[in-house]
Design a protein around this ligand. Sequence first.
Ligand code: ADP
Ligand code: MG
Length: 267
Amino acid sequence: MELARQLVGASPARLTVDGLGWGPRGGPPILSGISFVLEPGEMLAVVGPNGAGKSSLLRTLYRFHRPSTGVVRLDGEDIQSMRPRALARRVAAVLQEPASDFGLTVAEIIELGYTPHQGRLGAMHDQRLGDALALMGLTGFAARDFASLSGGEKQRVMIARALVQKPDLLILDEPTNHLDIRHQLEVLDLLARLPTTVVVSLHDLALASSHADRVLVLEHGRQVQLGRPLEVLTPAIIRQTFAVGVAIDSHPATGRPRFSFHLDRNA
Ligand code: ADP
Ligand code: MG
């Protein structure tokens, strides 16, 4: 974990989202009424069924989308008024589907993460690349062609790239999608312990509840719940939002909540 702390540095951002709405130009609103405050270093999991608006919400947080209502603030500053380089120094995003046709090596992809800091890294460079690779279990991969990697390896490279960017706010859209179970747990453990503010969308409610400080449940672009994992991920709310039944008990080995789902005709 020392490695992660050195890599990321520590001026985690306070993220304030107030009355946020977004929709495509000329189209209906996709998101509305999203409001929350994340304290520096907290991790928020965004959950919700397919099409609920998770990716759209994350895109407004890293300024890919301009909000149609409301505001996103980083330590009090509206991100819309930040210079691109200043924003890139503070916010990193790991997208759902990394492009695979860059024609670049793993090292070159990760080095793209340094871009906003260039001129200020110097001799630290090689060490930080090595640290990022080690942290993501990619030692020995530096010279590999990125396009030749498996889906899970690519995903870990994209996380490594985001980490060397030294973000104060790290945004990840379903980062566990392509990962095997061991890597899912390792990535979530890492994210939860990083000294940076994290917003992550997840399908796995058990991972969300065991690792996030808070959970936001989205349904049809609206924030239906926000709170501590076990206050929010109750059987009643899961049934209403995801249309499945669930039994929640305590895992015998870890004591963490265990979720067992079933199709429920009444849900
Ligand atoms: P999630 O990530 O939760 O699955 P998304 O944010 O990707 O949901 O999408 C939410 C809804 O908004 C979906 O119905 C999707 O088709 C729609 N949507 C997302 N982006 C656009 C866009 N640029 N133009 C029109 N519709 C969009
Ligand atoms: Mg999505």
